[in-house]
Design a protein around this ligand. Structure first.
Ligand code: 3PG
Ligand code: MG
Length: 397
């Protein structure tokens, strides 16, 4: 884990702090539908305000191709203000006169949110001039956007080198949790990886087999492995063209002493529809007309045993088509088992990714895991063993 500065290394009083946040939260009809990222950012803001800093919040939102009112950060002012318990001012641009005027009017202990960084092309281009225009607004830089750390954008990469830079509390918590799970873990370490496609998680699977003692694979991506082993998969989602790759991953795992757990039984149906008639079968007996839509109870029990023998778990991806009940059953049962072992203190559990977080919420156990990341793409890239530009920039700053 690279070393970097934290808020404790800064004398904050009267300083203008550029705080890179990730306020890329889901919004429907102008209302935030999941405020997790805002709530998890609030302690950093509280610490900065308590230190009498002037707080200038920078964030992207959506993927606009230029200024676009439908992608404005304005709707975030009210939720952010509620989370920090202070009024939040808003600047209609993140650089230039509009930003300077708002920032110039702030007193120590006050806070402003600047308009969407991605309204400027320079953000995604990591443009040094755009980074300099941002830097002019502040004295110090704090990055609390772990979930955007996989983007080498100006407010994440270039800006970190233009002002004294530190990790915020959320960034620190994310890096500590991921470090505890993968860099210096208590063994045995288990990874549970699910999701629809092997193709999107090839690098992750390869990296994991070199890191963990046991890798359990579920979701439709397990079908590709079963197919590669000559098992019938019926009409299941399956990337047949990746059979060789799947066999290579299995061989690599065997060489590196990583046990692979594949489904032993499956819940199948003729269609993916809520409440459809299902048949649970052994993995060698999937009917030609059926689809595998969840792992079966024997597999859940086997995963449960492996979890009970593990000290550390990294989890990304549901093991079934969990948005469509009853194919959420195994994912929810496993989530509850993970929660139980985490509560008992025998398992350090770290989970991340949009679908995984939704599954944990559906199981009602989000608060019971050791750590649930706010990141999607950044969490995946970390699990691929890749250097995240946002983390690298802090370490080098
Ligand atoms: C996310 O929501 O995953 C981050 O905010 C990154 O967003 P992006 O994928 O649009 O870069
Ligand atoms: Mg994303």
């Amino acid at each position: 884990m690279p070393r970097f500065r934290t808020l404790d290394d800064f004398d904050l009083a009267g300083k203008r702090v550029l705080l890179r946040a990730d306020l890329n939260v889901p919004i429907k009809d102008g209302k935030v539908t999941d405020a997790t990222r805002i709530e998890r950012l609030a302690p950093t803001i509280a610490a900065l305000l308590a230190g009498n800093a002037i707080v200038i919040v920078l964030s992207h939102f959506g993927r606009p191709k230029g200024p676009d009112p439908s992608q404005s950060l304005q709707p975030l002012v009210e939720p952010l203000s509620r989370a920090v318990g202070r009024p939040v001012r808003f600047a209609t641009d993140c650089i230039g006169p509009a930003a300077q005027e708002v920032v110039g009017s702030l007193k120590p202990g006050e806070i402003a949110l600047l308009e969407n960084l991605r309204f400027h092309k320079g953000e995604e281009a990591n443009d040094p001039d755009f980074a300099r225009a941002l830097a002019e607004l502040g004295d110090l830089y704090v990055d609390d956007a772990f979930s955007a750390a996989h983007r080498a954008h100006a407010s994440i990469a270039a800006l970190a080198h233009l002002r004294p830079a530190a990790a915020g509390k959320l960034m620190q918590a994310e890096l500590d949790a991921l470090g505890a799970a993968l860099d210096t873990p208590q063994r045995p370490v288990m990874a549970l990886v699910g999701g629809a496609k092997v193709s999107t998680k090839l690098d992750l699977l390869k990296f994991m087999t070199g890191k963990v003692d046991c890798l359990a694979i579920g979701g439709a991506m397990a079908n590709t492995f079963l197919f590669a082993q000559g098992k019938p998969v019926g009409r299941s989602l399956c990337e047949r063209e990746l059979a060789d790759t799947a066999r290579e991953i299995l061989a690599g795992a065997a060489e590196r002493g990583c046990d692979i757990l594949l489904p032993e039984d499956a819940v199948t149906a003729e269609k993916l529809e809520p409440g459809v008639v299902t048949r649970t079968v052994g993995i060698g007996a999937v009917p030609a007309t059926a689809m595998i839509l969840d792992v079966g109870p024997q597999t859940v029990a086997r995963v449960g045993n492996a979890l009970a023998q593990s000290r550390t778990l990294v989890w990304n991806g549901p093991v079934g088509a969990f948005e469509t009940p009853p194919f959420d059953r195994a994912t929810i049962a496993i989530a509850k088992k993970v929660a139980e072992l985490s509560r008992a203190g025998t398992l350090l559990s770290v989970a991340g990714g949009g679908d995984t977080v939704a599954a944990l919420a559906a199981a009602g156990v989000t608060e019971q895991l050791s750590y649930v990341s706010t990141a999607g793409g950044a969490f995946l890239e970390w699990l691929e063993g890749r250097e995240l530009p946002g983390v690298a920039a802090l370490a080098a700053a």
